[in-house]
Design a protein around this ligand. Structure first.
Ligand code: COA
Length: 277
């Protein structure tokens, strides 16, 4: 639940949205926010156990949610998923392309399969899902697509060649489809989340087993110190921060917004891009 709800409870009532990777992390924050506003959220990802827990949580809180299993790299399965959702609900109003995969790795030794895995999830997956919902949105007189990008490719980010290349592609796809599909009433935008303390981030701040750490060391303190120094708005983001922006874009408030990429990061990337004194 957002600490600062600004939308009316039934803002998205009667609508159906698919959130890929919607069962965990930022995706779950997006799914939860949309469900709180009355949307029926279809969570789409690979792991049934994550999907069940997330759907149960949303339904227990009074929201409407269901699950479909899909690997966004599998175009046939993605097309079948879109059909299943449309058959079940008669409409698809929103697609959130949130599923992503990445890891830090040296480009000089990145295997072909490692490159392919990330490009296929982040870029191909975004295209496959977006293309799969197109006929249903067109037939319905319009729809909204929100894809998850990032800010790391604005400057270059060592050890992330695969993910930065993929997300630059997502940005380009967003702008191109926005223009191509405007005539069908389909708005296509993207969001670029900044640092959100997911499990992976916590792991990165946790010293490896056996490493010498002072008695007073705490992961929470280390994370807070980092946020105070690196993020101009001086806090980590939350999945709900991202969910609120998706809700805005899904709502009629976003009716004249297409082809835009919204950075939601407390000013982090701008501060990082300051020239050294
Ligand atoms: N460094 C270098 N290569 C890596 C790697 C790493 N940290 N992690 C995976 N790879 C390589 C694998 O070695 C494999 O290549 P190979 O066949 O040449 O050995 C290739 O990437 C595919 O890995 P695999 O784990 O089999 O793929 P997958 O399709 O099951 O999953 C990811 C791909 C990206 C989802 C997986 O690496 C992962 O779980 N990442 C962390 C979770 C994550 O990204 N969450 C989302 C955060 S935005």
């Amino acid at each position: 639940m957002s600490p600062h709800p600004i939308f009316r409870d039934d803002l998205l009532a009667g609508q159906v949205g698919i959130v890929t990777g919607g069962a965990t992390g930022i995706g779950l924050g997006i799914s939860t926010t949309l469900a709180q506003l009355g949307m029926h959220v279809v969570l789409a990802s690979r792991k049934p156990e994550n999907l069940k827990a997330a759907v149960d949580g949303i339904v227990a809180a009074g929201g409407k949610a269901s699950a479909v299993t899909v690997d966004v790299r599998d175009q046939e399965r993605v097309q079948a998923m879109a059909k299943e959702v449309h058959d079940a609900h008669g409409r698809i109003d929103l697609l959130v392309n949130n599923a992503a995969g990445n890891f830090y790795a040296k480009s000089e030794t990145l295997s072909a399969n490692a490159w392919k895995s990330v490009i296929e999830i982040d870029l191909y997956g975004t295209f496959y899902c977006t293309q799969a919902v197109f006929p249903y949105m067109k037939a319905n007189g319009g729809g909204r697509v929100v894809s998850t990008s990032m800010t790391l490719h604005y400057r270059g980010w060592p050890l992330m060649a695969h993910a930065t290349a993929a997300k630059a592609g997502v940005d380009a796809l967003t702008k191109t489809l926005a223009v191509e599909w405007a005539e069908h009433g389909i708005r296509v935008n993207a969001i670029a989340p900044g640092p959100i303390p997911t499990e992976g981030v916590r792991k990165a701040f946790t010293p490896p087993p056996g490493a010498p750490v002072p008695d007073v060391f705490s992961v929470d303190k280390a994370m807070e110190t980092w946020a105070m120094a690196a993020i101009p708005l001086k806090r980590w983001g939350t999945p709900e921060d991202i969910g609120q922006m998706v809700a805005y874009l899904a709502s009629p408030a976003g009716d004249w917004i297409t082809g835009s990429i919204f950075v939601i990061d407390g000013g982090e990337w701008l501060a990082k891009s300051k020239p050294a004194n």
